[in-house]
Write a protein that binds this ligand. Sequence first.
Ligand code: GTP
Ligand code: MG
Ligand code: NA
Length: 457
Amino acid sequence: SASNESDLRSPICCILGHVDTGKTKLLDKVRQTNVQGGEAGGITQQIGATYFPVDSIKQKTAVMAQHEKQTFDVPGLLIIDTPGHESFTNLRSRGSSLCNIAILVIDIMHGLEQQTLESIRLLRDRKAPFIVALNKIDRLYDWKEIPNNSFRDSYSKQTKSVQAEFQNRYEQIKVALAEQGLNSELYFQNKNMSKYVSIVPTSAVTGEGVPDLLWLLLELTQKRMSKQLMYLSKVEATILEVKVVEGFGYTIDVVLSNGILREGDRVVLCGLNGPICTNIRALLTPPPSRELRIKSEYVHNKEVKAALGVKIAANDLEKAVAGSRLVVVGEDDDEEEIMEEVMDDLTGLLDSVDTSGKGVVVQASTLGSLEALLDFLKDMKIPVMSIGLGPVYKRDIMKASTMLEKAPEYAVMLCFDVKVDKEAEQYAAEQNIKIFNADIIYHLFDQFTAYQQKLLE
Ligand code: GTP
Ligand code: MG
Ligand code: NA
């Protein structure tokens, strides 16, 4: 098809790295928001998406003009935040599968950690190009900050001892990366971007190096993404979350990674009780540079172009499964066929349900967290009798109560990040069904492991 400039799509960049290296905080710095401060336990447990229009990137990279040439061909950049906690391998994997380029965040004070290594493996498997943000440079002893400055300029103004500490830590991390088979170089000394990984020193607190990071992202996506990837084609969309929004009822948050969505489009998605076919009633986007997860005034759109995060309002979304795909039914498409196709994600998970009918009941907020819970239980060799998504009702407890006679040790409900209905809670108390509910996934694992150990004593 004939391509022109208005067909250009925005690249998708995914942020990966070990827990607490500053992934969310870096994004907060670019957005001038505080998402990180509002997270339970300060940890990210979902994928978040933020769209940056190219104009806002221009502003934020202005200080780079003294060092580098700049080009702004793409309409913007979609950045996807992922959790660093070990329980969320699946979300990191999903995030990395959506992206054209990635930022691997490494804490300069800690070097390579467990999920750094895992992220490197993921990116390798996907052959995704990536750069390293060497974050928290403000923690180098006696660092003098110049807010939102380019790294090179800030660095040149540090004392000899700060520069020596930086060099020392940087060299160690370079060696550690080499041990992983990665040659790396400070990005402005990197003469061969396709062979050497570029390192950008940053601070999410002072904003230093953030202009460098944005500049490099644009530079690499514009120069190194294949032309074909740069143009809009068939719709590819993933559901991140299902949420009730005042005035709209049930809505879904979606990452549109390719193609165009229009108001009125017929779409098919994976539902808890079977496929859902519905029509898009409203396409809502947060104001530019705001995160989709955060409540704000929405902009209504007649159509939206990839890549971006968009909230969709439509009928029958209540049972939509977060983490699954959304497919647009075209004129020549067979709706029945698509209905089967979209259910594959969930059918895969049902395989982990024990056929003997013995096991615990598991309930989670998203397909991703449900997968994480099921992986954990598999490692623990604990069978699962039933799985569900969304709030817990009395009927879910009733399922668990069938274990009281068959296998009392499994008469429990493991719930992650879901509401437990009052009546359900009461019924569970009467029946002596233990409900474990946590909004931090490893707390849930810890609680349950402790309970299992107590039973064994
Ligand atoms: P997860 O999503 O849970 O994996 O963590 P994350 O990588 O998103 O890290 P987050 O943004 O939650 O930051 C973790 C902690 O490090 C917070 O207390 C931040 O304030 C702090 N932090 C992040 N970046 C910097 C930085 O550049 N300098 C300093 N001094 N602290 C930072
Ligand atoms: Mg985070
Ligand atoms: Na964190």
